[in-house]
Design a binder for this molecule. Structure first.
Ligand SMILES: Cc1cc2nc3c(=O)[nH]c(=O)nc-3n(C[C@H](O)[C@H](O)[C@H](O)COP(=O)(O)OP(=O)(O)OC[C@H]3O[C@@H](n4cnc5c(N)ncnc54)[C@H](O)[C@@H]3O)c2cc1C
Length: 315
């Protein structure tokens, strides 16, 4: 790497990456890359990342695992003027279960969640390690981060679904300090969130839950994003549903919460799960695209919700 391309400033180093045939701001050819030109900064701490984002303006973006952002840059669907690489910030990769619930550091990889051996996480939040296997394939899970998935806000993302289902809180650090936003309010629509350009997600916190949660989905090929995914939580006692929550992904711009009030008091039997699946299908309004028609997505919704509830009931 040509060290001459490094530009200093307030102790922060930046590297210029130039799109094909483009010269960098200094007039030299920077490191030649596929995306449009951008400057590259490395943050050593959360305050430094926030300060960099504030100084670089609204076109700068955080770089975490890069698995969603870099392909979008390569296709020129995203053209950030600068990247702030947060992957070297220490202390943001953790899973911590305590009396409040489960705290997940923003830089925790999908793989770290999938393979956690923490008995408290496996006992009380086992749905997260179990759900991780649905995310992409091994290299994606080894590098992609929990915070990156929530920030990317794909409506079929497993973590977005579970965050909405279980009432998770997204913790953000910005120039004015820290704030916490419920996941359902944090997600605004396709790839848009409540995060300001100079804010960074540092943690997502899941409160304790009652009952058992399950996520299941259908994709055309293993490793693809789900065409439809269903996440459910069911609290069942003495063969009767005490309460249940259902969230469906892949049927609109946001994880869709299904009205489940009618499930309380119902017997925990296959007919109840089937009826709940049909009720969910009636409540979603998906569009057709080249992965499946609206009607197909509704059928998947009915099947997957019914299947997930049966699994949550231990069938
Ligand atoms: C082939 C393939 C298959 C995949 N399959 C799935 C799948 O089945 N399910 C699934 O959920 N995902 C899937 N993904 C996406 C993957 O999970 C990504 O890891 C994830 O979407 C983004 O995480 P990242 O760490 O790579 O973030 P990046 O790509 O680095 O960033 C994504 C966005 O989030 C922002 N961002 C990142 N971290 C933060 C932060 N801490 N605070 C604020 N903003 C931040 C970035 O600026 C950018 O806008 C797949 C990706 C690929 C390439």
């Amino acid at each position: 790497m040509d060290r001459g391309l490094w530009r200093g400033g307030s102790g922060r180093a930046a590297l210029e990456f130039c799109g094909p045939g483009r010269a960098g701001a200094a007039g030299r050819m920077g490191v030649r890359v596929k995306p449009a030109s951008f400057a590259y900064h490395v943050a050593g701490s959360v305050p430094e990342a926030v300060a960099l984002l504030g100084g670089l303006g609204d076109e700068a973006k955080i770089l975490a695992g890069g698995l969603s952002l870099v392909p979008m840059m390569n296709f020129r669907l995203a053209r950030p003027s600068a990247l702030v690489d947060v992957t070297r910030i220490p202390g943001l990769s953790y899973l911590r279960a305590d009396s409040d619930g489960l705290h997940i550091g923003a830089l925790t990889t999908h793989r770290a969640i999938q393979t956690t051996t923490d008995p408290a996480v496996r006992r009380d939040f086992g749905v997260l390690p179990r759900a991780a296997r649905w995310i992409g394939h091994y290299p994606i899970r080894a590098r992609g981060t929990f915070g990156g998935s929530i920030a990317h806000a794909d409506p079929a993302s497993e973590w977005c679904l579970l965050a909405v289902l279980l009432g998770a809180q997204v913790v953000l650090q910005g120039p004015g300090g820290q704030r916490t936003v419920p996941a359902a309010e944090f997600l605004h629509g396709y790839y848009t969130t409540d995060a300001a350009p100079d804010e960074m997600i540092t943690e997502v916190w899941f409160p304790r839950m009652s009952g058992r949660a399950v996520l299941t989905e259908f994709a055309q090929r293993a490793g693809d994003f789900a065409i439809v995914a269903a996440a459910v939580r069911a609290d069942i006692a003495d063969g009767t549903v005490r309460s249940a929550d259902v969230v469906v992904g892949g049927v609109g711009p946001l994880p869709a919460r299904i009205g489940t009030a009618g499930l309380a008091g119902q017997p925990a039997v296959p007919e109840t799960w089937q009826a709940a699946g049909e009720l969910a299908a009636a409540q979603v309004d998906p569009s057709s695209d080249n992965h499946g028609s609206a009607e197909y997505r509704k059928k998947l919704t009915a099947t997957l919700v019914s299947r997930a509830l049966a699994q949550a009931a231990g069938e």
